[in-house]
Ligand binder design. Structure first.
Ligand SMILES: [Zn+2]
Length: 156
């Protein structure tokens, strides 16, 4: 695992740059937008316009882009606090990561109104939930209530 992490910048520089954009010389334009420092002011402005338009298109389609962002930002922040090494070593199960993101996003698709797990849970976890992120995706595709079950387990 240590060897894999050490080789990551050489095998998949795009993934490594995602983890540490400034390590690759990228410059922050906004909170989550990084660019090559050589990018012209005009191109940066155009890129920001394209990103803003994309956000509007996603919000128009899904109805809310903020929700989506809160869920994904929860993953980003939790992974940053845990650290790449511990994350890759499976320090947190996938169900916890996804359930916590549902709670942070206050996702009404999976949570009922309220302030306690007794009132907020919309689906009781029936058994083991997927621990591996590689198993979570396929399982979530087949089990519509899996995110709700994960959130319920995290709250409890
Ligand atoms: Zn997620």
């Amino acid at each position: 695992m240590i060897l894999a992490i050490g080789c990551l910048p050489f095998l998949s520089p795009a993934v490594a740059a995602y983890v540490c954009p400034s390590c690759y010389g990228l410059q922050r334009v906004t909170g989550s937008l990084f660019v090559d420092p050589a990018m012209s002011v005009e191109d940066r402005t155009k890129l920001q316009e394209v990103v803003a338009l994309a956000a509007v298109q996603v919000a128009d389609f899904y109805g809310s882009f903020d929700h989506l962002l809160a869920h994904e930002f929860s993953h980003v922040e939790l992974h940053a606090q845990i650290g790449v090494f511990r994350l890759l070593m499976g320090a947190i199960p996938a169900w916890f990561d996804e359930g916590l993101a549902v709670i942070v996003a206050d996702d009404p698709r999976y949570l009922r109104p309220g302030t306690t797990s007794a009132t907020r849970c919309s689906a009781e976890p029936g058994g083991d939930l997927p621990s591996s992120p590689f198993k979570w995706g396929p399982a979530a595709g087949k089990t519509p209530g899996l995110y709700a079950q994960a959130a319920c387990r995290v709250m409890r």
